[in-house]
Ligand binder design. Structure first.
Ligand SMILES: *Cc1c(COP(=O)(O)O)cnc(C)c1O
Length: 401
C-alpha cells in the first residue's frame, strides 16, 4: 500500500486543474503585457482568474496581487507594513512563536533593522487567545501577523476575532492563510483581514504561485524591481498557466466546504477523528493541538522515546509518506519550533509525527496507518535506551499514560 500523507507539505495537482492549465501553455500563450490579440487574450484570462479568486475570498479583484507563492506573499505583506510604520515611528510588530519561517525569518530581518518584534506565547492547545493580541497592541504597533491555520499541528486560530480587535485599534492585520484557504471557508470581510497570503500548491493547485490580498488603500512595497505588471508592485511576466490552475483549484476546493470553519469538511473530519482515536491507543503519546479547533486533514502526535526521523523513514518503508513537522525543519536536528511553542519539552518534541491528507483517503488506509505507526513505535522503543530507562524508572515519563 502507498499512502501519501504529507498534504501539508504539498498536494497533488488535481486532473481538473491540469486540464484548466493546459490551454495556457500552448494556445493562449501570449504575454499579457503585449498589445496584440494574443497578448490581450492572455490579459483577459489573467483578469478573469483574478476576479474569480477575488470572489472566492470575498474581496475586490484589484485587491489581489499574484506572487510566486506563500513565502513571497508573507515577505511582501510584512515588509510593506513595517516600512510604512517606521515612517511614523511605529516599529512594534506582534506575531506568534509558531508561525511559518516565511514569517518568522522576515521578522528576524526586521529586528536587525531596529524593529521590536513581540512573539506571543501559544497556549498548549495551539490556539492563540484574542485577548493576548488585545493586551499586546500598543500605540506604536504597526502590524499584527498571525497565521490562520498552523501548518504543523493544524489548529485554527480565532482570526475573525483577532481581526476585529486589530480593526478597532487601527492596526493592520495580516494572516498567513496558506493552510487555511481551500480547507476552511475564508472570507476576508467577515474575518476583518487587511492582508492575507495564500499558496496554490496547498490546495491541489500548482507550485510556485500564490496571492497576496491587500485591502484597498494599502500600497504594496516592491520586493523586486522590474516592469509594470501587477500595477508595478510585483514585476515579472505573469505565470498564466499557474494562475489559471490556482483559480480552478480554489473554486473546486471551496465548493466542497461548509460555512462552519470548525466543521468545514465533515467527511474528512470523521476520518481525522478515526485516526486520532486509533493513535491515542498507543501508550505514552499525545495529540498535538486542540482536538476540535483544527482542520480536517492534519494530525500531529508526539510519542515518548521516539526519534521522529527514524519513525518517518520506517513508515516510508511501509509505504506511508509522512512528516515529522514542516518541510523546513526536517533535515535539521532541532526539534520543531511549533512543538516547543506549544510547550512540548525537547525530548518529546523530537518524537513527532505529522500525517496530513485529504478526503481521498479511505478508512482502510487510516486503519493501515494506525497499525503501521503502532508497530513502528513499538519496534523503535524496543531498541531505545531511553525507553529502557523510562521502564526502569530512571527517567520519568512526560506522558505517563
Ligand atoms: C507552505 C507554507 C508557506 C509557504 O508557501 P510556498 O508557496 O511554499 O512558498 C507559508 N506558510 C505556511 C503556513 C505554509 O504552510
Amino acid at each position: 500500500m502507498e499512502i501519501y500523507a504529507d498534504n501539508a507539505a504539498t498536494t497533488a495537482v488535481s486532473p481538473a486543474v491540469v486540464e484548466a492549465m493546459l490551454p495556457y501553455f500552448t494556445d493562449v500563450y501570449g504575454n499579457p503585457s503585449s498589445l496584440h490579440t494574443s497578448g490581450q487574450k492572455a490579459k483577459e484570462a489573467l483578469e478573469d482568474a483574478r476576479a474569480r479568486i477575488a470572489a472566492q475570498l470575498n474581496c475586490l479583484p484589484n485587491e489581489i496581487t499574484f506572487t510566486s507563492g506563500g513565502t513571497e506573499a508573507d515577505n511582501q505583506a510584512i515588509l510593506t507594513i513595517a516600512h510604512k510604520g517606521a515612517k511614523t515611528g511605529k516599529k512594534h510588530i506582534i506575531s506568534t512563536a509558531f508561525e511559518h519561517h516565511a514569517v518568522l525569518h522576515t521578522l528576524e530581518k526586521l529586528k536587525k533593522e531596529g524593529f521590536e518584534i513581540e512573539l506571543l506565547d501559544v497556549h498548549s492547545t495551539g490556539v492563540i487567545d484574542p485577548q493576548q493580541v488585545a493586551d499586546a497592541i500598543r500605540e506604536d504597533t504597526c502590524l499584527v501577523t498571525i497565521m490562520y491555520v498552523n501548518n504543523e499541528i493544524g489548529t485554527i486560530q480565532p482570526i475573525a476575532e483577532i481581526g476585529r480587535i486589530c480593526n478597532e485599534k487601527k492596526v493592520i492585520f495580516h494572516t498567513d492563510a496558506v493552510q487555511a484557504v481551500g480547507h476552511v471557508p475564508v472570507d476576508v470581510r467577515r474575518d476583518n483581514i487587511d492582508m492575507l497570503s495564500i499558496s496554490a500548491h496547498k490546495f491541489h493547485g500548482p507550485k510556485g504561485i500564490g496571492v497576496l490580498y491587500a485591502r484597498r488603500g494599502i500600497l504594496l512595497e516592491n520586493v523586486i524591481e522590474g516592469g509594470a505588471q501587477e500595477r508595478g508592485k510585483r514585476p515579472g511576466t505573469e505565470n498564466l498557466p499557474a494562475i489559471m490552475g490556482m483559480a480552478k483549484a480554489l473554486e473546486d476546493a471551496n465548493a466542497l466546504l461548509n460555512d462552519d470553519i470548525y466543521a468545514a469538511q465533515p467527511e474528512l473530519i470523521a476520518k481525522r477523528d478515526r485516526l486520532i482515536a486509533g493513535l491515542e491507543k498507543i501508550p505514552h503519546g499525545e495529540l498535538n493541538g486542540d482536538r476540535t479547533r483544527r482542520v480536517g486533514g492534519t494530525v500531529n502526535f508526539c510519542f515518548e522515546a521516539i526519534e521522529g526521523e527514524s519513525l518517518l523513514l520506517l513508515l516510508d518503508d511501509k509505504g506511508i509518506r509522512a512528516s515529522s513537522g514542516s518541510a523546513c525543519t526536517s533535515g535539521s536536528l532541532d526539534p520543531s519550533h511549533v512543538l516547543l511553542a506549544i510547550g512540548r519539552p525537547h525530548e518529546v518534541a523530537h518524537g513527532s509525527l505529522r500525517l496530513s491528507f485529504d478526503n481521498s483517503i479511505t478508512n482502510e488506509e487510516i486503519d493501515y496507518m494506525i497499525k503501521a505507526v503502532a508497530d513502528t513505535v513499538d519496534y523503535l522503543r524496543n531498541m531505545s535506551p531511553v525507553w529502557r530507562d523510562l521502564q526502569q524508572g530512571k527517567r520519568s515519563f512526560v506522558f505517563p499514560e
